[in-house]
Design a protein. Sequence first.
Length: 604
Amino acid sequence: MAVIKVMDELLANKIAAGEVVERCASVVKELVENSIDAGSTEIKVELEDAGTRQIKVIDNGKGMDKEDAILAFSRHATSKIDDEDDLYRLTTLGFRGEALASIAAVSKVDLKTCMKDIGTHVVINGGKIIETGLGDARKGTTITVSELFYNTPARLKHMKSLYTELASITDYINKLALSQPKIRFTLQNNDNVILKTDGSGNILKVIQSIYGTDVARKMVPIKGENPDYEISGYVSLPEVHRSSRNNMVTIVNGRVVRNMDINRIINDAYHSYKPDNRYPITVINITVDPSVIDVNIHPTKMDIKFSKMDTLLELIKMVVRAAITDRNLIPEVSVRKEKPKREELRFDLERHGNKPIIKEEIEFEEPVIPVNESIYEDENNGNIVHEVVMENDNYKINTKEEEKEFMPEMYPVGLVHGTYIIAQNEKGMYIIDQHAAKERCNYERFKETMGKPNIASTPLLFPITIELSNEEFIILKENMHILENLKFKIEEFGINSVIIKEHPAWLPKGFEEESIRKIIEIVIHTQKDFNIEKFNEKIATMMSCKHAIKANTNITLEEMEALITDLRNCKNPYNCPHGRPTMIYYSNYDLEKLFKRSGFDTIK
Ligand code: ZN
Ligand code: ZN
């Protein structure tokens, strides 16, 4: 009887494993969360072949006694959820109980743990305890999971490529490190260090460890609160953006969550400061009374809903917007030491006989831990200090001071290819894209004019007729008032046609017909949930480009000066309305470095 019972349990664990343990990342997640629950301040994750061969997690937590160590792998060890409220309070990290049993059922587990100077060693293969005995009296727990799915070949086949496995583990540990800056994390794969954090509690330092110094120095601290929420964290300057939303991290009461609305509102806050289809790097910490959260709990998903979502989104948008505007946003072309060699990892999966041999090379984005630069928040005044130690010389950049400064004055010295204005001031050299700059000036002017109640209109000497499809015609007819409000004089003209007799005075000369057609197109395509703000903005963006100086146009120094002055009067002089930069900057220091001049402080 006893044997049958054991068989049943093994089977149940194997089945459960299919649900809980999907891939290497889920094993890492389970083990690391156990380490956090054990109060560890240092957690090291060592992978072999992205975890497919072996996952080892070493912590300095409180450990287990022999009884608990064995019980931990039993299917009913649900001891970790002591308080049902925990589930709703988001105070504990994970879901406990069956995960370890499930992992043990489909792998070989070696557990060394120590509590009160008594070490325990447990070995389990495919869910069966092979060995229990005394172990080292080293503080904490070391758990090694090897040959995952070795006894369930069907699941092994489902495992994604090594690159995908490693990427998702890295992503998980990165985010965990951001949410737990007081824990010292190390992640390595085949002896290559992928992430190392210092456990100092400084989120900016974690950001530096993940993204490198260049990104870290372009992160801006945020802070804000309303009666329900308190938010803090860091957002990247608009010049730093990525193709995926994955670098937008939201942490609620210490736990990483996913929320599409929050990501969307952050991206909105950056509108026209960067291309809309690129995403910033952000870490937003939200502190909230747990009763406001509506948790949709699932062990693998981290979705969360808030009962007062509107006020939260409003707060986030305001705080992010304030952080990225009203500051000097000219991207500095930083000339620094050679980019570190990209790490190349090779994998060889010959061990898994039933799997094809995979050889992959993985490239990481700046996997460096710089030794001679540091960024930290000054405890006394909250300023961000960027410190570079270089050949016995230190220099510091204090981002709080920079913040006060808007686009500085600069003086044009020439034009390259009729496209780029070279300008200078005492700080360095600027390269301005004249089309983008002009576009920005036009855009702000158009937006202002369009918003005014009495726009002048110009009669057309030769009225323009526009033919539409029957469907477009119906839509346009319903939305005629939008055009009339913009001071178009527009009438029906035969079947499915309209005639335009007057247009607003701000239409660019020589582009009237083209612009009118574009505007009508925009009306037809945006009629669902029409929003005058967005509509005006689309029109302004389109017109600003039409009206701007084309590339390869030579302009005089006076014209350049006028353009720079215009640009300095813009609310956002740093980007064209499409989000491209209008200018870049080389500091004197950078120029010195480029030309290998010895002391950067000789030029004043
Ligand atoms: Zn353009
Ligand atoms: Zn543009």
